[in-house]
Design a binder for this molecule. Structure first.
Ligand code: TEU
Ligand code: CA
Length: 544
């Protein structure tokens, strides 16, 4: 497989609204990001994935774009954006823009035109259908309720898989695709390095056949986009593909396919929900499922496609609260989870705050939440008569605002995020969990992430080694080895708070045996010396 620079890179995701507020209006902004570039460079990341900064009425925090060529005024100006690109470049950091082309805002000029009349030149830019005594079909929105909205002006319905202020574009229209390619060229010409493509698995949808993801034209359009845009620049791209399986991941990312560089799997993210019932139906994680799922992506993409590795993003709860222990073992478990992920093959993504072990938020009052998905879910369930306790429990565990509370920079008021009133409350635990303290403490989660990021740069085996599970049936331990040439990497992690015994084969001891990283201060210097794992212990050996 051809080697690429981003094979050994780590991506850092910034959710601009919650990262750093420069002007004190309570909303994070681009000048705020610029201020923190040195922090990111010190962490060692190579790429920033910037969640949308385009002009938007903010129904879905920027994922509803009304102008692809302007910067949201809350975030700053195009000059600020140019400065960000330039300042990042000085630090060898690439910027990956969020590309949201499955839908626009209903305030985008195309949609304003499109809804005017059935023969408007922009009519076909979106998906319009006649009703049949109600919505044209039973498809529901990801954000609750029907995916169809009736529009008075022409008496037809338009399709929106997300909020009704996010009408779906009709990518089957060649003109639409050409506009989008021009827009992508505009950003690449400015010096951004690529795109994270929002729900890109939807762009080939065939509504009338009820096909949403993986439509027959999906890969045709991606290859066209690659030909028209991506192949003309040295880009790095990642597709957000909730429907992807290892098989389709190889279609998107396989060598010679000329589509995308990598995609995000969602298969591990749905392991703690009741199958078929959606994200809010809670179920405890079974470690076997996680090992099996992540392992399958490791082996099935090896030598063919390329993985993205992530625990967190702006849509998911905080991993240390989700599958770690956000009380007594917060530090150990955050490091353990990071170890499992960062020693795998693929490009790791760190979501802002993950590197200091930020945790979920619990608001008792729905009015403290800002996320449209959460609020719509709440209203729908209340109207169905579901008890409040059950609704709030799901929100506390899975709500997207868990990941969106402002970054905790220090222990001062509002965690140093803003001098004003934050748009979403800062977690009160910023007094104990914040970047300032983390930077000062050499044993912090932050310094551990720094080391993991550096190890990937130093060791080919982390980047290209083959993957084999070990102790696969163990109910509490997640362990695997990687192999490259005559090197073996052994990774062992205790996923829980007990102290399970284990025995690793002595042929792992090799002639030279290096303890690469671990999250407890004292540890045996070779695998055969490891007799048990302490709570949430993780350890990695390199054997030659
Ligand atoms: O998310 C797409 C997506 O698949 C969502 O269903 C996601 O799984 C959900 O938010 C989980 O609760 C992308 C963006 O990441 C998200 O922030 C946007 O709201 C959405 O697209 C619409 O643009
Ligand atoms: Ca601001």
């Amino acid at each position: 497989m051809e080697k690429k620079w981003w094979h050994r890179s780590t991506v850092y995701q910034i959710y601009p609204r919650s990262f750093n507020d420069h002007n004190g209006d309570g909303i994070g902004d681009i000048p705020g990001i610029i201020e923190k570039l040195d922090y990111l460079a010190f962490l060692g990341i190579d790429i920033i994935w910037l969640s949308p900064v385009y002009q938007s009425p903010n129904d879905d925090n920027g994922y509803d774009i009304s102008d692809y060529y302007e910067i949201m005024s809350d975030f700053g100006t195009m000059d600020d954006m140019d400065t960000l690109i330039e300042e990042a470049r000085k630090r060898d950091i690439n910027i990956m823009m969020d590309l949201v082309i499955n839908h626009t805002s209903d305030e985008h000029p195309w949609f304003i035109e499109s809804r005017k009349s059935k023969d408007n030149p922009y009519r076909d830019y979106y998906v319009w259908r006649e009703g049949s005594g109600g919505p044209p079909s039973g498809i529901t929105s990801v954000f609750s309720g029907p995916a169809w909205e009736y529009d008075e002006a022409t008496g037809e319905y338009y399709f929106h898989l997300f909020s009704k202020k996010q009408p779906d574009l009709n990518l089957h229209n060649k003109e639409v695709r050409e506009h989008l390619y021009n827009m992508m060229n505009f950003w690449l010409d400015k010096g951004v390095s690529g795109f994270r493509m929002d729900v890109i698995d939807l762009i080939g949808k065939e509504i009338d056949d009820k096909v949403l993801t993986d439509g027959p034209k999906l890969h045709v359009y991606l290859q066209e986009m690659n030909r028209e845009v991506l192949s003309n620049y040295p880009t790095v791209t990642v597709g957000e593909t909730p429907s992807a399986t290892p098989e389709t991941a190889n279609l998107y990312t396989g060598e010679g396919r000329n589509e995308l560089d990598m995609v995000f799997t969602f298969q591990h993210m749905s392991l703690d929900e009741v199958e078929g019932k959606g994200k809010w139906a809670l179920k405890p994680l079974d470690l076997h499922d996680l090992k099996q799922t992540l392992g399958k992506w490791q082996t099935e993409l090896h030598g063919k496609g390329w993985n993205s590795l992530y625990w967190n993003n702006h849509d998911q709860p905080r991993i240390v609260s989700r599958w770690g222990h956000d009380g007594k073992y917060r530090v150990e478990s955050a490091k353990m989870l990071a170890t499992i992920l960062h020693m795998m093959q693929g490009t790791p993504y760190v979501y802002q705050g993950e590197e200091i072990g930020m945790t979920n938020i619990v608001f008792d009052d729905i009015r403290d939440y800002r996320d449209i998905e959460t609020i719509n879910f709440y209203n729908e369930k209340v109207s169905e008569g579901i008890p409040l306790g059950i609704i709030m429990k799901s929100i506390h565990v899975k709500g997207r605002d868990n990941a969106r509370t402002p970054f905790q920079w220090d222990s001062s008021l509002h965690g140093g995020f803003t001098t004003g009133t934050p748009w979403l409350e800062v977690n009160a635990n910023h007094k104990e969990i914040n970047a300032e303290d983390a930077l000062r403490d050499e044993d912090s989660i932050f310094h551990y992430y720094r080391k993991l990021i550096r190890l990937r740069k130093e060791h080919d085996i982390i980047v290209y080694g083959g993957y084999e599970p070990i102790l696969d049936d163990h109910p509490e331990i997640f362990a695997y080895k990687r192999k490259l040439g005559d090197e073996t990497l052994v990774v062992a992690a205790n996923f829980y708070g007990n102290e399970p015994e284990l025995e690793l084969p002595s042929d792992f001891d090799g002639t030279s045996c290096e303890l690469l990283i671990n999250n407890y201060s004292e540890a045996p210097d070779r695998p055969s010396g490891l007799k048990k794992l302490r709570p949430y212990e993780a350890i990695v050996y390199l054997i030659k």
